[in-house]
Design a binder for this molecule. Structure first.
Ligand code: DP6
Length: 325
């Protein structure tokens, strides 16, 4: 099954505008248990399930409408149609319609934040197309479609804690995300924006290289199994020690598989390592704070409201987000 067929299967193949303009919004998400490695590159089908938390207030609001020619604007600025981001957007739109489309996105994701803006971007675009074409899809349908744009976008369709079930089917129709019931009002995420330098290698390519060349990657499904179970239990009991341990170990496990790939993939900068030491020092001093990292040098802190001031004095530049408002 190719991408186009998968898209048709979900939408029923209809793509007639039912309104002048479709609109949709979505937040970025941070994986506490990572999606790293695909069993099908065309359909972005993952090797393992993953679990994330949405960051409200950081994301994309997107409008789509039929137009004379394809155009893509981000925060009012036209994007060069040859640029990678625009090419990915229109490759995605071509799964549904051959007609030219104008896409306008307002993004509140800081450009250099090392947050996957593609996750909120493709989730918002999917919702906008669903609105414009009147598909009336369920969250499951939206998640499957968003996945075809970018794997992690399958989780950005929902807010809060979200689990993306890997699924087993060849056509990926059982590979979608679902929100967990749980809320955790005191939970905090801290963003440490350590570098805005271009990444040495994109996550898509890094993931592929890891799957193909890392022996450690063979252990990855076992790591995920343990972390997913531990994280879900931690979420249901609001147990930060357990949540933090599994999130941190999972992130380090993912980076270990990259480091052992060939050619090696290393996203860490000296500033990242310094921040990790800072987290560990703070933890040793009695402040329960943990970290996670994605395919980039920035570090994301995990803690609770009671320790906000301790975290802020150790990391004055931190941007703190309350995922549950
Ligand atoms: C490290 O979703 O960006 O952030 O499916 O190729 O678009 P594609 O990859 P993408 O990968 C995200 C990887 C990660 C971990 C995660 O978000 O789970």
């Amino acid at each position: 099954m190719n991408k186009h067929e998968a898209a048709q299967l979900v939408t029923g193949g209809t793509s007639n505008w039912v309104k002048e303009e479709g609109e949709g919004g979505a937040s970025v998400n941070i994986a506490l248990c990572k999606y790293w490695g695909k069993r099908n590159e065309e359909l972005n089908l993952p090797v393992t399930s993953s679990l994330s938390i949405g960051l409200p207030g950081l994301g994309a609001q997107t409008k789509v409408r039929p137009a004379a020619r394809d155009a893509f604007f981000v925060n009012g600025t036209p994007m060069d149609s040859a640029a990678k981001a625009a090419a990915r957007v229109f490759d995605f739109i071509r799964l549904f319609t051959r007609e030219p489309v104008e896409v306008k996105t307002e993004s509140t994701v800081p450009l250099a934040a090392g947050l996957a803006s593609s996750a909120s971007g493709f989730a918002a675009l999917t919702k906008a197309l669903n609105d414009g074409f009147g598909w009336n899809l369920s969250g499951r349908g939206l998640s499957i479609l968003a996945r075809l744009g970018s794997g992690s976008a399958s989780r950005s369709v929902f807010d809060g804690f979200v689990r993306w079930q890997a699924g087993e089917r060849e056509d990926g129709m059982d590979s979608f995300a679902e929100p967990l019931e749980a809320v955790w009002p005191d939970l905090r995420m801290g963003l440490l924006l350590l570098s805005d330098k271009a990444k040495p290698i994109g996550s898509r390519e890094a993931m592929k290289r890891t799957v193909e060349t890392s022996l450690l990657y063979r252990q990855w499904p076992a790591r995920v199994k343990e972390d997913l179970a531990g994280l879900q239990e931690a979420v249901s009991r609001r147990d930060l020690t357990q949540l933090g341990r599994h999130a941190e170990q999972n992130a380090l496990g993912m980076h270990a598989t990259m480091l052992e790939s060939w050619p090696p993939v290393m996203y860490w900068l000296p500033e990242s390592v310094q921040a990790i030491h800072g987290v560990h020092a703070l933890r040793e001093s009695g402040v329960p704070v943990y970290f996670t990292m994605d395919a980039g040098p920035n570090v994301k802190l995990i803690f609770t409201a009671a320790h906000e001031s301790a975290v802020r004095s150790a990391f004055p530049e931190v941007r703190i987000i309350a995922p549950f408002g």
